[in-house]
Design a protein around this ligand. Structure first.
Ligand SMILES: C[S@@+](CC[C@H](N)C(=O)[O-])C[C@H]1O[C@@H](n2cnc3c(N)ncnc32)[C@H](O)[C@@H]1O
Length: 266
């Protein structure tokens, strides 16, 4: 299988993640972060910088109907299950359009759900119709492959670490399951935009909580590779997959920036 990019600790593949995952070695990955299509690009409206905009993210985010969406989520979660190491964990991020399906499937496939995290976005865009509550959170499910296995959780680091901008996290208190983190800063979009880019701070927390240095992290829907950028910053290795070449090219620009930062060129 041909790699789209490979340098030091980062590898990218171009294509459908279900096919690519099926070529990777069994039980080779320590942790998976997956931010699958939400299936919400169905011609609604949203708000961006005070303007009404289409909610559509791209062809890849269109729903094919509940049954087919369910089948897709089942296939990619199963493919992830095979490549995860026995002690490995998976994080899945989503909104109500996808997260309940993924949660049901995780349980049906034999994973044990460890937490459902509410990522609260204090700067979420307003609701334009004024007919609903403003959507201001996403859910992250965290599950372990082996219900009896010993998963990694850096409890002390979560309790005593530095979590800027989170008014919910109090010093010296346990990390709760509600995380207050703003949507990505402008500086995180210097090399181009992805319509559903995650903030680096969110991935910092996920990776620090559930991996050791030098672990191998995989993201089957890598997009702009926020997961990869943070994995490399935190000295983990990374494999990313995406069906859109443009997003992989954006990922490469972000990786090369870290690479030059590390070499002291900036
Ligand atoms: C919600 S976005 C992920 C955004 C990413 N977390 C970031 O921070 O940039 C989902 C990504 O999955 C990709 N995608 C959709 N279907 C795919 C598939 N079958 N295989 C691989 N990638 C896919 C899309 O191109 C999109 O970039």
């Amino acid at each position: 299988m041909q790699k789209y990019y490979e340098k030091q600790n980062a590898t990218l593949f171009h294509g459908n993640c279900i096919e690519i995952l099926n070529h990777l070695n069994t039980e080779s990955i320590d942790m998976i972060f997956a931010d699958p299509p939400y299936m919400l690009s169905n011609d609604g409206i949203s708000c961006q910088n005070g303007k009404v905009v289409s909610v559509n993210k791209g062809k890849w985010d269109k729903s094919k109907g509940l049954e087919e969406d369910f089948h897709f989520h089942n296939q990619w979660i199963q493919a992830c299950q095979r490549v995860l190491k026995p002690h490995g964990t998976i994080w899945i991020s989503g909104t109500y359009h996808s997260i309940y399906i993924c949660g049901f499937l995780l349980q049906r496939l034999g994973f044990k759900i460890l937490n459902d995290i509410c990522w609260f976005k204090p700067n979420a865009a307003p609701n334009m119709s004024c007919r609903y509550f403003t959507a201001s959170h996403e859910t992250l499910l965290w599950a372990k492959k082996d219900p009896k296995g010993k998963h990694i959780f850096h409890y002390d680091l979560m309790k005593n670490g530095f979590w800027p901008g989170d008014d919910i996290k109090k010093n010296n208190k346990q990390m709760r399951s509600v995380w207050q983190i703003n949507t990505p800063k402008k500086s995180e979009k210097t090399f181009g935009k992805h319509p559903t880019q995650k903030p680096l701070e969110l991935l910092r927390r996920v990776i620090l909580a559930s991996t050791h240095k030098e672990d191998l992290v995989l993201d089957p829907f890598t997009g702009s590779s926020t997961t990869g950028v943070m994995a490399l910053e935190l000295e983990r290795a990374f494999i990313g997959i995406d069906i859109e070449k443009d997003y992989l090219d954006l990922s490469i620009k972000r990786f090369e920036h870290i690479d030059s930062k590390h070499k002291g060129l900036l």
